[in-house]
Design a binder for this molecule. Structure first.
Ligand SMILES: [Zn+2]
Length: 255
């Protein structure tokens, strides 16, 4: 199990005045990982403009570039996602990207909801450009619908996305299980890992153990379907006090 993380995800806290950018969000995650696991931590590089342009229009990239700090940190998040996906594919093992800003509300030519570049889309397109994968399954377990993921990744019929909507934690897990059970011919399993469905966060639904179950399901079906190639990248999650615990619980299921 590898963790992809760059210290600038913390140093550049405040690149925007939004909850995803606030200082104190990434720190508890890394602290918990360092204290509770022996996962190797890998430092990524920023994505190149060519990587980003696979997923976004020149106009959108130019727009983000008008804020130099924002462009740097958004490119570094995209680069972190690429690195996470590469490790999962090449090593046939689990990888988690502790990156920010998040990306699942970023569409081809626009963005909102604390997102700037679509990290997931950029990572998958990078693997596709290297002819490593043709298909993917994305489990987006963030509280919010990943409209950016759906609008730009969903155009590819070989990429399936599930953003579970069931009410209640039992039905929620069941919905995820059924989606995995229906899969075939998948080259990699990925998660847009938001932790804001947590019972004490905005969504008020999932327990710490449920995040472990989601990780386990990804592991089980990736071993069945795609040589264990599985990764997740951080999206939302705003109950800082338990954010680290929930991320580690998920990683322990995924590992
Ligand atoms: Zn969210």
């Amino acid at each position: 199990m590898k963790i992809i993380y760059h210290k600038d995800y913390v140093n550049y806290a405040g690149y925007r005045n939004d909850p995803a950018a606030s200082s104190g969000r990434i720190i508890p995650i890394i602290k918990e990982i360092k204290e509770k696991t022996d996962y190797e931590i890998i430092t990524p590089e920023p994505a190149s403009e060519a990587d980003i342009l696979r997923a976004h229009t020149e106009r959108h990239v130019k727009d983000i570039k008008t804020d130099k700090n924002l462009y740097y940190i958004a490119s570094l998040a995209a680069g972190g996602a690429i690195k996470t996906a590469e490790i999962a594919y090449d090593n046939e093992e689990a990888a988690f990207g502790v990156i920010r800003p998040p990306g699942h509300h970023a569409s081809t030519d626009s963005c909102w909801g604390f997102c700037f570049f679509n990290n997931m889309r950029i990572a998958l397109l990078s693997l596709m450009a290297e002819n490593k994968i043709e298909s993917a399954f994305i489990l987006d377990f963030d509280l919010h619908t990943g409209d950016g993921n759906i609008s730009i990744i969903g155009q590819n019929s070989k990429v399936q996305i599930l953003n579970p909507r069931s009410s209640g934690r039992v039905n929620y897990i069941k919905e995820v299980e059924e989606a995995f059970e229906s899969l075939s011919n998948i080259d990699i399993i990925a998660a847009s890992a938001g932790f804001d469905e947590y019972e004490l966060d905005w969504g008020g639904k999932l327990s710490t153990d449920d995040y472990n179950t989601l990780g386990q399901l990804m592991k089980e079906y990736s071993l069945k379907l795609c040589k264990g190639r599985r990764f997740a990248i951080l999206e939302g999650g705003y109950y800082y006090e338990h954010l680290g615990i929930n991320v580690v619980s998920f990683c322990q299921g995924l590992e």
